[in-house]
Design a protein around this ligand. Structure first.
Ligand code: ADP
Length: 344
């Protein structure tokens, strides 16, 4: 799915790697977070210690992995990458922690999905750079303390609220990443187009920026499809006046994105399913989060962390104490007329 904010394939992974900003300077947008990180990193250098542990919270595709790489790169530190689902036993984590070199940055993506036993081991590791390893079984089991190299943990999560408090409290700093505005997305796109060697018109960039769900990952992905389109068809003018100039113009963008069924707001299949459910099945709401999740066959965590924040941000949904409600804009966008209020 072209607008799924999650990573799709190995090919995309390689493509993203090539486009990743390498420094805070190059990183577009998130001005507040950038300033906060800059301060934290500089202070650590001045005090000649490893930077505090950092938690990055926000929907997928907004730059959490990129920032973790930048934290390592800016400090000239090695980076180890892992993820919550890969750490299913305390032993998995012990193996990683005990092999870290001094000053290494450990990135744990989806840290809220780590095994509970590993989580507890992490508390001590974060606080004292120490773990206790259990040796033996049953009554003869003893715990052996093991000193670790000082390291910086960078955790990423789609929702900080999913982390247990003791874990959240051990991060020196939590950065909340926001969806990008269109001007920022235009910068992301212009940079990526230049790196891809794709000549592109300003209005073409603006069109993609408006349809990428406020998400750099999706912006880059759409740009890639536009590049394909231009490669095959030349620029997008139907009368051929643009010729095969290899230039991405507004027509090419529209044609490419229509081909892949990306609407003007950049809504993806799940966004649309959620909106259709709220609008037609529940008459515009209010509808509770869990009911909504069950209706569209998705986990409520995904609805709450990925779908809802975007729909709220673009003004299709409002959260009320009684549940989620569609806005008049939502009725308009889906070409439905709002049901008249009940006569009662
Ligand atoms: P996350 O880890 O939050 O899912 P990533 O860090 O993997 O997101 O970012 C996805 C892609 O989006 C990266 O390949 C990167 O090229 C691009 N990207 C993300 N944030 C930015 C940014 N601020 N500026 C430029 N490109 C970005």
């Amino acid at each position: 799915d072209l607008t799924d904010p999650e990573l799709a394939s190995e090919a995309e992974l390689a493509f993203e790697g090539a486009l990743r900003p390498k420094s805070l300077e190059e990183f577009v947008g998130q001005t507040r977070v950038r300033g906060q990180l800059q301060l934290l990193l500089t202070a650590a250098v001045m005090q000649q210690r490893t930077p505090d542990h950092i938690l990055l919270a926000g929907p997928p595709g907004l730059g959490k992995t990129t920032l973790a790489m930048i934290v390592a790169h800016e400090g000239g530190r090695p980076l180890r990458m892992s993820s919550g689902p890969a750490i299913q036993h305390a032993g998995d984590l012990a193996a990683i922690l005990s092999s870290l070199v001094p000053g290494e940055v450990l990135f744990i993506d989806e840290i809220h999905r780590m095994a509970r036993s590993a989580e507890e081991m992490l508390y001590l590791a974060m606080e004292d750079f120490r773990i206790d390893i259990m040796v033996g079984k049953g009554a003869g089991a003893t715990s052996v303390p093991l000193d670790l190299s000082p390291f910086t943990l960078v955790g990423a999560t789609t929702r900080a609220g999913l982390l247990p408090n003791p874990l959240r409290d051990r991060f020196g700093f939590t950065a909340h990443l926001e969806f990008y505005d269109e001007a920022e997305l235009e910068q992301v796109l212009a940079r990526a187009a230049a790196m891809l060697g794709l000549p592109i018109d300003g209005e073409a960039v603006a069109e993609i920026a408006g349809r990428c769900r406020g998400t750099p990952r999706i912006a880059n992905r759409l740009l890639r499809r536009v590049r394909d389109y231009v490669l095959v068809h030349g620029s997008g003018r139907a009368d051929g006046s643009g010729g095969r100039t290899g230039r991405a113009d507004l027509e090419a963008v529209r044609a490419a994105l229509d081909l892949y069924d990306v609407d003007e707001l950049g809504l993806d299949r799940l966004d649309r399913a959620v909106m259709q459910t709220v609008l037609t099945r529940f008459g515009g709401g209010p509808v509770g989060l869990n009911t909504l999740a069950v209706s569209v066959g998705e986990e409520s965590e995904t609805i709450e962390a990925v779908v809802e924040p975007f729909l709220v941000r673009i003004g299709l949904i409002v959260r009320t104490p009684r549940g989620r409600m569609a806005t008049p804009e939502a009725w308009r966008h889906f070409g439905l007329s709002e049901r008249a209020p009940d006569a009662a």
